[in-house]
Ligand binder design. Sequence first.
Ligand SMILES: [Zn+2]
Length: 287
Amino acid sequence: MRLKRALLVLTTGIASALPSGATEGQELLQAASGVVEPFRVIGNIYYVGSQYGSYLITTPEGHILHDTGSADMHDLIVSNVEKLGFSVRDIRIMISSHAHWDHVQGHAAMKRVTSAQVVALGGDAVALGSGQDNSALGAEGWEPVTVDRVVQDGDTVTLGGVTLRALWTGGHTQGATMWVTSVEERGNSYSVAFRGGEIPNAGVQLFNNPRHLTVVADTQRTLERLKELEPPDLFLHNHPQDPAPELDPALPVDPRCVTCLDGEGWRSLVARVEASFDAMLREAEGR
Ligand SMILES: [Zn+2]
């Protein structure tokens, strides 16, 4: 029997105090709420998040932070980074999966303590700067934060020998971005993709949505693109998964990683979300 990988939950009770607007993974929140001990996932990538994902990518010339979670996660991310023996003041670049409150609400506070360069793509850059969710969902916002560099599909971010490439996966938000890189572990190289987003949240207005008029076309384009991609060796989700995904035993990741999916897990996620989007479209079109 396989031991279920579990989050190290030290305290509970955060989920009930979360702001409204959560439409993703409510059950997971219940299961995963609380303080998660930070750990090294693989290579130079560390999990420093909590009920929402946040990853630290370390380099000899400073670090990159992927997602800052909800505003109430700020202190925890700071202490997680320090617990791992790194300094938050060495964070030079902040990137994100997509501009929804549960992934970028902590950006402004994190920028204040790090002076890091905030990087975002297209409509997500607009959302970060305005503090307003401009996705089809239109949920609660965040403290506006200055975006220092607006990237386009295919652009790269490089620091200390680490390069991440931005893959536009618009639909869930206007500028949802899958960041792709590679890491070395035990003498092998692994391709790693950080989740951007795939399809709009359930229940959103798909046609003539004033915030995101092209949400259907963007999502269809994203799904086609994801299906054409070579599956990454490791896909890092931005929400903890419950139950924890089964992983290829040859993949050398920390067994506590409940946000880790292997190539097979990623493939089935893409198939699942495509089926969900088909159902959403059928319903919206009254078919
Ligand atoms: Zn989202």
